[in-house]
Design a protein around this ligand. Sequence first.
Ligand code: DC
Length: 230
Amino acid sequence: MNNMTNQHHPSIIALDGPAASGKTTVGQRLAEKFGYLFFDTGIMYRAVTWIALDHDMDIRNEALITQMAQSAQIDIRPPTENDGRACDVVIGGKDVTWDIRSGDVESKVSAVSAYPGVRKALSEQQRRIGMRGKVVMVGRDIGTVVLPEADLKIYLDASAEERARRRYDEIIERGGQADYDDLLKKMIERDRIDSTRAVAPLRPADDAVIVNTDALSEDEVYARVLEMCG
Ligand code: DC
């Protein structure tokens, strides 16, 4: 362990795990408690995917998407609306905070994030920010690739069924419409692509603490993670 703060909390906290495993909720609470930066790296992969779709780019065109990812201007700012968002995501002056959560982006983001050049461009930016410390960084490969020197690595896991149920509840809560079976199918497909890609596949780092959240409430997960922070 390195980079410990005066309060003896780990300074660089890596929080990885599959989609809807509860990383964002726990990560945000933790960052708020310690006064750390909360950085959700999935936003960057979603933003690149949104730009590709907005520009009618062929998602299979790896060279084109990679080139775009290298120059993409993704602005992440403090929230200006009280609608459940953790931050504003702005691209070319447009607020795309919810657009990057659309079903269209969701179904393409795994393919985009499997491109090595896209990963390199985005993870270099993530690393530069993470190495400043006092950060909770959330993603798939933070403990393994982006910040292997993190002081604390947590891997949140849950069954696909439980994660699909949570996603379903989230969408309904926001006033949207959802089909559980469809969400489950897509969740399993996203897991498959994320964990079998050649570069930085989803997996726990060897020194990560694995927490299965299936039978735990949000508060219980948070309490467990807080305990690990000393
Ligand atoms: O956490 P999320 O659902 O917002 O992530 C969206 C996609 O981005 C996910 O399917 C895989 C990819 N991703 C990644 O490959 N590496 C990260 N560090 C974060 C996200």
